[in-house]
Design a protein around this ligand. Sequence first.
Ligand code: NDP
Length: 367
Amino acid sequence: MNNYSRRKFIYQLGAGAGMLMLSPLSRWQNAVASRPGKKMGIALVGLGSYATYQLAPALLETQNCELAGIVTGTAEKAVKWQERYKIPDKNIYNYGNFDAIADNDAIDIVYVVLPNSMHHEYVIRAAKAGKHVICEKPMAVSMKECHEMIDTCRKSGVRLFIGYRLHFDPYHLAARKFRTSDAGRLQSVDSAFAFRIGDPAQWRLNKSLAGGGSVMDLGVYCIQASRYSIGEEPVSVTAVEEKTDPVKFAQVEETMKMQLEFPGGMTATAMCSYNRFANYLKLTSEKGRFELDSAFSYNGISGRTNNGKLSFPPFNQQAAQMDGFSRCIAEGLPSDADGEEGLKDMRVIEAIYKSAATKTKTAVIED
Ligand code: NDP
């Protein structure tokens, strides 16, 4: 069975099981069928820093997908991007006419790279337009929004992925394996991600756009690393907020110190901040240790174990992530960076905020 027949078979199977029966998917199937062997077309929504300096350059290195379109509210950016990436007029949208992307067969995947509180609306609009969706982290600003996004994608018969680039990074894949290595039983997990944030007027400090502060933006990486290093879901959290600049951080948290308790008895400690510097993941076990510093960066991650230095060839996290998701779509494969994964992190984030507000240990609630 060639790739296209296999893809068609998998989707027919899905439709037969009552999962993928709606018209947007048929539109997508027809679109892909009309361009056999072609890469999947991605449209980036929101041409800010991450889209401009990481995702668009990474799309020049991908094997399975390519930059096919853009969605922007800034006309000057549309002109520059069109020239630089040779994007046809018909593949350029603004936030007003975005829904017309439903009729554009060149776009298979919409990648939402907007401020956090806009993820929910644009993921839902993309899904209703029959497009597969990649949504940046944090997935949304509440569990309720995550559920709505997952449900809409499911009903629309499209896939939903979260921009968890570290799920593809070799250093982090090695971190996941440490607990089952010959280093013995895992004993501690400690992580921190922090930087000093600049411009006080930026959306990251505005609660209605960001949903929260350092926890939403940086703490999510520590939560993820704790979860995948331990291989369990936390059952309760204890969080303490620290604020040294109540003017700059009037709307969102500055620093959060967190303890995540896991059902097997492990406790992970973590810290995130918009007013400090830290970037590490440290695991210890009965017979060894595993450490990453610059643990959560795009590149320049370095690491060591008790057996010596960890060393992997240079790696483009974003290209691997977008190729990986495209392959999941094409071959009907599952992904561990899907909407359910984003929801799991949001459960922990909500418990962290509740714990900090009530100053008590707080259960991580399923729904
Ligand atoms: P930027 O502020 O650099 O860009 C956001 C873009 O969103 C803007 O340039 C603008 O694009 C568009 N936008 C639309 N409405 C608004 C609004 N009201 N206020 C501000 N911008 C608006 O943000 P980032 O690129 O750094 O972050 C975007 C998303 O990506 C966030 O969710 C963030 O968490 C995530 N991210 C993920 C990273 C990762 O490693 N996975 C790294 C960095 C960010 P336009 O002018 O085209 O309309």
